[in-house]
Write a protein that binds this ligand. Structure first.
Ligand code: NA7
Length: 538
């Protein structure tokens, strides 16, 4: 180690994305000595790393921004209903400037390990450069989708041309004109990137392993006059977000799909399909993601839309998912995605028919052909939700590794703490409502909860918090119960914890919380009212 000086804090926070930034501000306001450690070179988290072309919100911008500061709501103007990554990053930087956050953030500090020192009642955090810090509390603000994964394809490092992962996109400008470009992966990132790249690319080849069900984003610009109208409605907007399951502005239609006549149902689908954002997914019939017959109807409607938009029906066949129904995986929102495949300079390679055998120095070799490229883009996603935890060697009481504890899937209390890991708080952690959320809405709730809890402990002279094993078992069982009815539980996805590129992630578990944010919030309020019920406080 270069330096032996150990920094000491009341609270260390890992990550300076939206959750880490708000947590820092809150801790500062409450009078705690806090430090944030961030692996990147600036604030922004997701919006710092995911600079790929086409990256933008799928949440309505004005429902996504933080609600805690009337000043921010007054000063910040959104330019589009679904804001793009450069603007989102500027928003994060605006927050950092406004609240002078950077003075308490250490950048380019990637945490390597964190271990609980029972004798001292402290966490010791070690960074990749050997530096160390100690704090009474350790808060992770490391995001649910922040550990990018490369495909487990032989030769993935052999390619000699330009090569990028969407989640680790470089700072420099990347151009596509006149180039032969490959995109591997068709999740939410791939769909956004493909659509944007297709506008300027020389020739594009998309390697698709599993097609996803995509519905239109329907983005538009916000004029200054419209922004003023939105600003006047902020109270209503955030109130609405607090009432809905995922804190989006969309509420499920309270009818069951099969109670309507086919014509009535079709009219509802048509109307939702023509509305922006997650309307079709989150605003659909209440049983559409639970009841197979209802889901089949919804799915059939989207098939029809895809077929109408793609000229060559053989290509449409490949773009239509066959192994899962609409909305049972995270729905990519698109702005002309299906039409991309009508372009003469775009080719779709179906990896179910012709799997990739290897990446070569010049391109990609499938079972039936060798393709040459100037650029390969990996839109292959993340080791979701627990992946960012697994990449840090986290050790609790008795040196127990968190990764081992979670080998069969996460076990947590409220998705915020883990038995055996005292004074460790996991914002937006697994089994937290924030995993299925218009995320800043849930971040605000998480951060406020944690802030209140630390103040409660300080006021009472308490120094150690830890979920009881019973509370954790009960919460974990409840989480699985909330997921049990979802058709999504029968599908491989990052929601069910399956990632074919990561060892130990082949079996389905459940990473999210499906009880909805209102129910989660209510549970947290009950916990507080009960004197932090379920936590052992000393
Ligand atoms: P996703 O949604 O996990 O998508 C990753 C995509 O990459 C998906 O289509 C995968 O196919 C594909 N993939 C992964 N590994 C391979 C290999 N080895 N070969 C071929 N194709 C592969 O990640 P995104 O970044 O798009 O989105 C993540 C979230 O970020 C998103 O849900 C939003 O909430 C924001 P598969 O389906 O596994 O067959």
């Amino acid at each position: 180690a270069k330096s032996t000086a150990i920094e000491r804090w009341d609270v260390a926070v890992v990550g300076a994305g939206l959750s880490g930034m708000y947590q820092l501000l809150k801790l500062r306001q409450l009078g705690f000595k806090a430090r944030v450690y961030e692996a990147g070179g600036d604030v922004g988290g997701t919006w710092y790393w995911n600079r790929y072309p086409g990256c933008r919100f799928d949440s309505e911008s004005w429902s996504y921004g933080f609600s805690f500061s009337p000043e921010v709501l007054k000063e910040w103007n959104w330019a589009e209903h679904f804001s793009s990554q450069p603007e989102n990053l500027r928003y994060c930087q605006f927050l950092a400037d406004k609240f002078d956050l950077r003075r308490d953030i250490t950048f380019n500090a990637r945490v390597k390990s964190a271990s609980w020192d029972e004798a001292a009642g402290e966490w010791e955090v070690m960074f990749e450069d050997g530096k160390r810090a100690r704090s009474r509390f350790l808060i992770t603000a490391i995001g649910p989708l922040s550990a990018p994964t490369m495909p487990n394809i032989p030769g993935a490092n052999d390619f000699k041309g330009e090569c990028y992962h969407t989640g680790l996109w470089p700072q420099h400008e990347v151009t596509f004109a006149g180039k032969r470009v490959a995109v591997i992966g068709t999740g939410a990132s791939g769909v956004q990137a493909i659509t944007e790249i297709a506008k300027t690319v020389g020739h594009l080849t998309v390697f698709q392993r599993t097609p996803n069900w995509c519905t239109p984003l329907r983005n538009s610009r916000i004029s200054p006059e419209e922004m003023e109208k939105i600003r006047a409605r902020y109270d209503d907007i955030f109130r609405r977000c607090r009432e809905t399951w995922g804190c989006f502005i969309h509420t499920a239609d309270q009818r069951n799909a099969m109670d309507l006549t086919p014509e009535e149902r079709e009219a509802v689908f048509e109307e939702l399909y023509n509305q922006p954002g997650f309307s079709f997914w989150q605003g659909n019939f209440r049983d559409a993601l639970i009841d197979k017959a209802a889901n089949d109807e919804m799915t059939r409607f989207v098939v029809k839309k895809i077929r109408a938009r793609v000229k060559d029906q053989k290509i449409a066949d490949k773009l239509i998912p066959t192994n899962h129904g609409y909305g049972t995986r995270r729905v990519p929102l698109e702005s002309g995605y299906y039409e991309v495949y009508n372009q003469p300079n775009v080719r779709l390679v179906d990896l179910r028919e012709t799997p990739i055998e290897r990446i070569t120095a010049k391109g990609v070799k499938t079972s039936d052909a060798e393709y040459e490229f100037d650029m390969i883009i990996f839109a292959t996603g993340f080791d979701a939700i627990t992946g960012a935890f697994d990449r840090i060697d986290i050790r609790g009481v008795g040196g127990r590794k968190l990764k081992d504890k979670w080998a069969d899937g996460p076990h947590t209390y409220l998705g915020l703490n883990i038995a055996g890991f005292p004074n460790f708080l996991t914002l937006v952690g697994p089994h937290n409502a924030a995993t299925f959320c218009n995320i800043p809405r849930c971040i605000e709730q998480n951060v406020d909860f944690v802030g209140d809890m630390l103040v409660y402990m300080r006021d009472k002279g308490l120094k150690r918090l830890e979920a009881t094993a019973e509370a954790e078992d009960e919460w974990t069982a409840h989480v699985y119960d909330t997921g049990s009815k979802l058709l999504a539980m029968q599908v491989d996805s990052w929601i069910t914890g399956v990632n074919k590129n990561v060892a130990g992630r082949q079996k389905r578990t459940f990473m999210a919380y499906a009880g909805g944010a209102p129910k989660y919030r209510q549970k947290c309020e009950e916990v507080v009212a009960g004197g932090y019920e379920g936590f052992a406080l000393h």
